[in-house]
Design a protein around this ligand. Structure first.
Ligand code: CDP
Ligand code: CDP
Length: 219
């Protein structure tokens, strides 16, 4: 079983992907975490993610592994679990910048396909249905208006970050959508055979129900 979930930032991809993987007792692969970990790895080496030549030169030494511990995904760089360090705005931007580099994408796609070869999996990202798993059993394109997606991120951040600013989050999301959907290689776009789910007016539970019912053949 291979399920592809794509869409822009904050649409609820990982929320629904995680829930569906749990219901089906299969693995969940957050491919965004891999782009984030790559950005983290380069920044640690003093390389800015947008400097593609330097990134490409450093790629052979970037030792990334994806492992599962008690069903939870971890991304290791040089053996170190970087998962706790990759959810910052700096890394979000860096992931989007590094994600335009074809050589980097090819390296990560190879790892993603290895996971899909080994396990039944729900994978979320930007190019899963179009590029990584074109033969997936089910494909969903989950979206929502930029304002709604920014509100969702704001709600997640406001307790830990008193400086969180809704307008700034929205600007950052729109900028990242633009970089992601205009890059030449494997951009963010809906696969022709993916089901479009606009979640702007939907609750988390409604989205999970819709996707789970589709996959289990109930609807
Ligand atoms: O993975 P992606 O960036 O697409 O989104 P996420 O990390 O799953 O974050 C979505 C946030 O919006 C979470 O805090 C969810 O609880 C919330 N949410 C949702 O996922 N779906 C809705 N229909 C409404 C809210
Ligand atoms: O959680 P959120 O939706 O904010 O972002 P993410 O899924 O963690 O992805 C971070 C960045 O990685 C995205 O903005 C994309 O530039 C890139 N990405 C990608 O290019 N292809 C994927 N399959 C997944 C992520």
């Amino acid at each position: 079983m291979k399920i592809a979930i794509d869409g822009p930032a904050g649409a609820g991809k990982s929320t629904v992907a995680r829930a569906v993987a749990e219901k089906l007792h299969i693995n969940y692969l957050d491919t965004g975490a891999m782009y984030r970990a790559a950005a983290y790895a380069m920044l640690e080496k003093g390389i800015e993610p947008e400097r593609s030549q330097e990134v490409v030169q450093a790629l052979p030494e970037m030792d990334m592994k994806v492992i599962y511990e008690n069903g939870m995904q971890k991304v290791l760089i040089g053996g170190k679990d970087v998962t706790p360090f990759i959810r910052t705005p700096r890394i979000s931007r860096g992931a989007s910048d590094i994600a335009v580099i074809p050589e980097l994408r090819l390296k990560l796609v190879e790892l993603q396909r290895e996971v899909a070869d080994e396990y039944d999996v729900v994978m979320d990202g930007r190019d899963i249905g179009t590029y990584v798993l074109p033969d997936a059993d089910f494909k969903f394109f989950i979206t929502a208006s930029p304002r709604e997606r920014a509100k969702r991120r704001y709600l997640e951040m406001k307790d830990t970050d008193p400086n969180a600013d809704l307008d700034e989050i929205e600007r950052e999301i729109i900028a990242r959508d633009k970089t992601d959907s205009t890059r030449k290689f494997a951009p963010l776009c809906q696969a022709p055979d993916a089901l479009l789910v606009d979640t702007t007016e939907m609750s988390r539970e409604q989205v999970i129900k819709l996707v789970a019912e589709r996959v289990s053949g109930e609807k």
